[in-house]
Ligand binder design. Structure first.
Ligand code: CP
Ligand code: NVA
Length: 308
């Protein structure tokens, strides 16, 4: 079964093939209306279940529209409305869904939910974000960087703020795509040290730099994300804001970065918190290309999972 569970669990050759296909499909589509089908319909006759246990705008809509463009149909499901949210086991849910649909995408809290779903499903499972990682986002991010600046191999990404799920996927991606990574945030919110070890073992130079201005000084790409993720306790909000405020991506910080460094944010952004309007809407920001590329990258991920 070809699941897409995490960047580091997917063969780097396959990751590159997925991005090549995403680029080819994006080019072939051009700017035709969003609701018109692609020239070939690799998902014709296929049903894709999109399960959300957390909110989503980009993931939900890009998977839904992408499936339709490739000739398939979708079921967008809220975990809370399924028996899954009322005591049915993940394993039984996976076995049942596998009898109805051809592909499952799930956004959930604990990574163990995803793992168990994949273990019991007899159709491919895609990780649409967990508390630990967000691999689909990273495929779009690498695609976007390369679209603007060429190969990401050997470049340096500076992550500002919380060592959250997206930061952790950056570490996975650093190992697979061969870029260097600087984490800049408070020690209390460091990413999993095992992932820093994984990236270093793969030959990446990983720096942990508490000074945000020093962190961006040699960055090719500056990235940030929300200070309070969907899996974080609401009671931690104030503490997180206090810890993370020095790591805001603002114009002053960007003065310390190379003038050609790009800026990314997976969105949704909390303008005035982790990033200011001036940077998000500024010339170095590629956040809306990044959001668009979720669509193209995930179409290629779905094709790879289904072998079509
Ligand atoms: N970036 C991202 O995954 O956005 P959504 O939460 O809107 O899906
Ligand atoms: N880190 C964020 C990403 C949202 C797409 C969260 O998990 O809420």
């Amino acid at each position: 079964m070809t699941h897409f569970l995490d960047i580091h669990k997917t063969d780097p050759v396959a990751l590159r093939a997925i991005l090549d296909q995403a680029n080819a499909m994006k080019t072939a589509r051009g700017d035709r209306p969003k609701g018109t089908p692609d020239d070939d319909l690799p998902l014709a006759g296929r049903v894709v279940a999109l399960i959300f246990e957390k909110p989503s705008t980009r993931t939900r809509i890009s998977f839904d529209v992408g499936t339709r463009q490739m000739g398939g149909t979708t079921l967008v499901l809220s975990g809370a409305d399924m028996q899954l949210g009322h005591g049915e086991s993940i394993g039984d849910t996976a076995r049942v869904l596998s009898r109805y649909v051809d592909l499952i995408m799930i956004r959930t809290y604990g990574e163990e939910v995803l793992t168990e779903m994949a273990e019991h499903a007899t159709v491919p499972v895609i990780n649409g974000l967990t508390d630990n990682s967000h691999p689909c986002q990273l495929m779009a991010d690498v695609m976007t960087y390369e679209e603007h600046r060429g190969p990401i191999r050997g470049k340096r990404v500076a992550w500002m703020g919380d060592g959250n799920n997206v930061a952790q996927s950056f570490l996975h991606a650093a190992a697979s795509f061969g870029f260097h990574f600087t984490f800049s945030g408070p020690e209390a919110l460091d990413p999993d040290p095992a992932l820093i070890g994984l990236a270093r073992k793969a030959g990446c130079e990983v720096r942990v730099e508490r000074d945000p201005r020093a962190a961006v000084a040699d960055a090719d790409l500056v990235v940030t994300d929300t200070w309070v993720s969907m899996g974080d306790a609401e009671s931690s909000r104030q503490r997180r804001h206090n810890l993370l405020r020095p790591y805001q991506v603002n114009e002053r910080l960007m003065e310390a970065a190379p003038s050609d460094a790009l800026v990314m944010h997976c969105l949704p952004a909390h303008r005035g918190e982790e990033i200011t309007d001036a940077v998000l809407d500024g010339a170095q920001s590629v956040v809306f290309d990044e959001a668009e590329n979720r669509l193209h990258a995930q179409k290629a991920i779905m094709r790879w999972c289904l072998g079509v």
